[in-house]
Write a new protein. Sequence first.
Lengths: 806, 172
Amino acid sequence: MSALPRKPTRKTAKRRSRGGGGRPRLRWWIKSAALAVGSVGFVAGFVFAGYVVRLDRLVRERFEGQRFRVPSRVYSAPSILYPGLDWKLVDLEGTLLRLGYRKVAATGELEPGRYLWSPSRLRVQLRPFDHPSRPEPARDVVFVLRGSQIDEIRELPAGHELGAVLLEPEPIGAYYGPDREQRELVWVDEVPRHLVDAILAVEDQRFESHHGIDPRRIAGAMLANLRAGRVAQGGSTLTQQLVKNFFLTPERTVRRKVQEGVMALLVEARYDKREILQAYLNEIYFGQRGATAVHGVGEASRLYFGKNAANLSVAESALLAAIIQSPNGKSPYRDPERAVERRNMVLELMHRQGRISEAALQRSRQEPLRLAAVTPDSGDARYFLDLLQRQLASSYSSEVLETEGLRIYSTLDRRAQRIAADALREGIEDLEKLYPRLRTEDPRRSLQGCIVALRPQTGEVIALVGGRDYAVTQFDRCSQARRQTGSVFKPFVYIAALEPRSGVPHATLASFVDDSPLEVRTPSGPWRPVNFDHKFHGRVPLREALERSYNTATARLAQDVGIDRVIDVAKRMGISSDLPPVPSLALGTAIVSPLEVARAYATLASGGVRPEVQAAEDLVNEEGEILQRRRLRFERVLDPGTAFLATSLLQGVADHGTAAGLRAGGLRGPIAAKTGTTTSEYDLWLVGYTPELVAVVWLGFDEPRSLGVPSSRGALPIWRRFVKDLTGGEIRGAFRPPPGVETADIDPRSGALATWGCPERRSEFFLAGTQPTVTCPTGSVVGRRRDPADKESVERGFLEWLRRHL
Amino acid sequence: MSGIPIGPLLALVAMVSLWSGCALRVAPPPGRPAPSLHVSDATLEGDATRRASLRLVLQGLDEDDDGRAAAARSSYERAIQIDATNPYAYLALARHEVDAQRWNRALEALDQAELLFGSDAPAGVEAHISGLRGAARLGKGYGDDAEVLLDRATRIAPEVWSDGHLSADELR
């Protein structure tokens, strides 16, 4: 008998398949099902792998590319404090508060960033700042005060006297991208360990050991949520939170949660804990400051404590950790007592987890809550920020400014800016109260104005307010608007007349000009200028013609000198707009920007040297390298003598001409100024300068319409308020005649050189060799161009005088 | 005696007196040695702002002397920030720029300094302005012109300009 299986016959095979032979069929099904599942699994696995690969690429792109968009931050020029400075005038305490310094009550509480004010003494522990070309160390400084003045400055503990102290530049704004996120990047090695501990204690205590997901935390959270019957606790690790903030939307769906988990695992697989922690510290959201979102512990330290994250105490670190969960709802500004409670809970947690000692816990619990002063968003500098951005545009695109975290040190004088903004706002409001017809219901159509102030010697913009309200309209009337200048243009005519050509000027300050009716032929018909008072004044001294702003005299002078020369002077001095060579140009019919006018007048204030308008000092990248250093640029475009004569003329305008109202406000010291009111009073101007400052005020409607007010009532009071508040009413310095300018006594009625016996005389400035040659009272001629025929009469007169007096 | 014309004689005497009086007020001719100008001599001049500005100029000169050029430049700029009319700040800046071989910037700063010193410049200013201008022009390649200026500086302040260079310490 063979044990070998028999080959099944067709019959037996049939029988098997019918009865107990169902097993092969099942096997077939199982095989098919397994194949199908395997195929689906394979496809799913393939798809999932693709999905993971895609997520992995996303993770790598974000971590290995530019992780954060860091807006470039703009700072003001630093405040400089020195003996003799009026600390009340410069609002020293306000400046310290804006910089985030905190007042303390006892010496023991002093530490960097705090000050103690006692009668006649101010002790400040100045924080260091790391300006690349001028790093300032942390200093313990005492200001000895006498009245409103700083009497002396001493550095402790040595007690040696300091000549000047720089305060750190104030942040005045930043260039945000569309997300309006503000952050200050920190490095994990630079932040104190207790800050990291506080965050880990609250947010992820097993961060060091898990692989992106913490099952124990998830289980604990589920349990807590079940008990509470709502979502009371999150189970996300710090890595998951980072992934959510970096890549995902805040929606709560299973799909998003899975994605978050996978990405967290990928992040942990690819990067070490230190890198993940650093990303988290810079990404975590800490609430809103105005319209901008505060991200990262660096920025949060500035916002809440006015200090660098490296200097945070244990208690301050615990407070930051306490508000991560709900930064706006748990803001310490909103409810300080509750904030302290939450902070103390974090401290307890840190202690329980062995992250701080018992002593540290007790000490930190006692620490009072000291928050940085809340300062309003620097909205008043936003027009300046726009100007700065336009100036930088040739080298730095908006994208760069919005993402690369540059530090831009600007020329803005924070105090001057604030005063300018107040002066403009209050000045326009006063004008609207005085003339209610100027008011409009629609703020976009309201009376507008601008004010810009430069340091004439360097062209640095120290203040710029381009309109009444940046929120309503961002159009900068100082640098973007082109308006008729009116009489503000006239000095260019007089400068063209005073400037020697081939050694001989067309006029001197002793000259007379003709203010009689004038008709000039033009292609569009005869042009007949008239005066503001609709009168003609005949032959008038050159000084009076400008001081009274006579149109006819000025138009005639421009005709005599030549419009091309006038244009040449204006262009050289800094007017870059197109100036059409028409007779009416002399009276200011060309359209130019207030900033151009400021630059041109700055040329006069700095003795004929035209400055380059500058809003930025230095640009520094995130690594602290200087990318751009400002250069002081000076270009001589007028001889100093001519510039001085023009200044002298404009001093007359301020002292007893159309701008005499400046003195009425109690401003003392040297001022040169010119008013300007255009046809139908569409534009009101006041341009004025002192030896250290040039400022332009313009008022008008964006869609020109008559104000019905002269500039002496509109623009002048704003200029006066600005300069008075800035200087305290006492303007320092003097306009000094340069070499080559001489004085001579003249007869004001004739312009002749006053000799003995002349009934009236006054001193006048002349370029050397241009003094009058005709004398008063004899009417004879002296000087270089003396006519020999008159020589005898001069000598006769002199001998006669000698006989009388000897 | 009666034949002597007293009027013309008196006139002559008066004219000579007047002329000599005027002559006394004329500045010494170029080339006459004058005391060298030091910024430290001026630190008591002017108001508090000017004095603080001058202290920053001195600080900058010390920094230049120590080879800390960036800090020095910043000090001069701060000196100008608080007193833009301080001629010493521009003079020190011009010296700094000459050392850095930025000739155009040096000449521009010198223009400002000269203008701000005005006609009542202290003795010694002329030597430094002339010497620095000469050094800058020499650097730019205007040899003949530069030599004249440097010679002039050497004649006025030989103790400083005999080597054709003004150090930070010498200006301090």
